[in-house]
Design a protein around this ligand. Structure first.
Ligand code: NAD
Length: 492
């Protein structure tokens, strides 16, 4: 096995107290390429304690300007080493390097974006009814935040949380997924090199046991989680017992709607990007393609042809268009859902199983898969698959498209393809989702808020609202009237 990683607590590299380790498996060839330590409960407690001491002793007294400088340094270091990190991430989770490379730059962009806020977190002076009371509301960091991330985009999803948390003045304990921990641990070296004080950023690795210990911990002020809705329910209940507030970024079953007045070339590419980019292992996957009846046949034909020519191969090869499922349980889950959809009566027109090319036999490859004439009530149209499986659903009218789009328990993302401005505005207004893309899909920016409605979660990441997740208000009221008040009546 390759490298033996260590995790990072209070500025020190450590193995787990129990000595337990687990392998990092390359989903392209199933080889164990590194070993990761599993944190014990006492490691988790120490990481939280380290974050608490750093917050009280150092970080909450560190100026916004200094926090901004450190965040920019972090971005510099990430950019300088991005080529190496994207190879590591693609090796760890099978995501194509074309995407992990973009994600490294995007992560760096987020540290810079939030660095810009760090010295501008001013509050308000609030005029009151009483003339001789000075009132001001300061924005203050909540304190110690736990950040739990999934395996599909470790560096990118971590930056959604860590950049605003550090800019806001919080100290953190991070737990990456047991299926893709390596880049988060590599990233800690940049935390060290950039000069963050010990304890400001801590990382513990391990499986759900570590996540559960963090979610149940007393002494934390915030928990921010990205992952599946089922785990979110457990985390929210655990944190809720200690009255710890949570931000939840969860799954989706996003509708991507093509109207008959759309630019068909653009729409076909948008549909392809929506579901086959990142092997469909993204929360924003446009996994339900709603197509207007007059263009239904054309869209289906063109997608089937393009899906059949998608280049699958080694994720670290820049020519590869689609990588593997990220791990074996995910591979089995996707195949199981394809099989169930067939039994449910969905009509398969492309893919439908593991890749058949013998050169891909060792990897968790799944063919780009398309079902047509899907009914929205079918399991395949209601459950998140998190794989390269597209359900195409025909519709007749704009109203019907909106009804189908909203007939889901999720509300993360959506797409609308039309050349009519009126229609774009009407449909965007009606769709119940945190993000609506018009004539584009899977487009992201550090500046804009991202998050879900309904069971896709609550709270926002990216954009200025992300800071609110890690800050609260402290109001100060100063009476300078010099008068004696009535002690038995509340003062207004
Ligand atoms: P997951 O929910 O299985 O695991 C996520 C993290 O939670 C991992 O670090 C895991 O170890 C930890 N965990 C597992 N059980 C836990 C428990 N009981 N208590 C505390 N922590 C626990 O998710 P996954 O399979 O890693 O990722 C896929 C899911 O993530 C999909 O549902 C996807 O839609 C979602 N996702 C959402 C977004 C978004 O921004 N909305 C982005 C990417 C992925």
């Amino acid at each position: 096995m390759g490298k033996d990683y260590q995790f990072y607590i209070n500025g020190q590299w450590r193995d787990g107290a129990g000595g337990e380790r687990f392998p990092a498996i390359n989903p392209y060839n199933q080889e164990a390429w590194a070993s990761i330590p599993h944190a014990a409960d006492c490691d988790v407690a120490e990481a939280i304690q380290a974050a608490r001491s750093a917050f009280e002793r150092t970080w909450r007294h560190t100026s916004g300007l200094e926090r901004a400088k450190l965040l920019h340094r972090l971005a510099d270091l990430l950019e300088a080493d991005a080529d190496r990190l994207c190879v590591l991430e693609s090796t760890d989770n099978g995501k194509v390097i074309r995407e992990t490379r973009t994600q490294m730059s995007f992560a760096a962009r987020q540290y810079r974006f939030f660095a810009g806020f760090a010295d501008k977190l001013w509050g308000n002076v609030i005029p009151l009814d009483q003339p001789h009371i000075l009132d001001y509301a300061n924005r203050v960091p909540v304190g110690v935040a736990v950040l739990i991330t999934p395996w599909n985009s470790p560096m990118h999803l971590l930056s959604n949380k860590l950049a605003p948390a550090l800019a806001a003045g919080c100290c953190v304990v991070i737990k990456p997924s047991e299926h893709a921990s390596a880049t988060t641990l590599e990233f800690c070296k940049f935390i060290e090199q950039a000069g963050f004080p010990p304890g400001v950023v801590n990382v513990v690795t391990g499986d759900a046991r570590v996540g559960k210990a963090l979610a149940n911990a007393r002494g934390i002020d915030k928990l921010s989680f990205t992952g599946s809705p089922d785990v979110a329910r457990s985390i929210a209940a655990d944190a809720g017992r200690n009255l710890v507030p949570v931000t939840l970024e969860l799954g989706g079953k996003s509708p991507n709607i093509i109207f008959d007045d759309a630019d068909i070339d653009q729409a076909v590419i948008g549909a392809l990007a929506g579901i086959f980019a990142a092997t469909g292992q993204t929360c924003i996957a446009g996994s339900r393609l709603l197509v207007h009846r007059p263009v239904y046949k054309t869209i289906v034909e063109r997608l089937v042809v393009r899906a059949g020519s998608i280049v699958m191969g080694n994720p670290v090869d820049p020519k590869t268009e689609m990588g593997t499922a990220a791990n074996e349980p995910q591979f089995r889950k996707i195949l199981g859902m394809i099989e169930a959809a067939r039994k449910d009566g969905a009509k398969l027109v492309a893919g439908g199983g593991p890749a058949t090319d013998s050169a891909l036999a060792k990897g968790f490859f799944i063919q780009p898969t398309i079902f047509i004439d899907v009914e929205n009530s079918m399991t395949i149209a209601q459950e998140e698959i998190f794989g390269p499986v597209l359900s195409i659903i025909p519709f007749e009218t704009e109203e019907q498209a909106i009804t189908i789009a909203n007939d889901t328990r999720y509300g993360l993302a959506s797409g609308v393809w039309t050349t009519s401005l009126n229609r774009a505005l009407r449909v965007s207004k009606e769709i119940q989702a945190g993000t609506v893309w018009v004539n584009t899909y899977r487009a992201i920016a550090a500046q804009v808020p991202f998050g879900g409605m309904k069971e896709s979660g609550f709270g926002r990441e990216r954009g200025a609202p992300a800071l609110d997740e890690f800050m609260t208000f402290k109001n100060v009221m100063i009476d300078y009237s010099g008068t004696i008040r009535d002690p038995f009546a509340i003062r207004t």
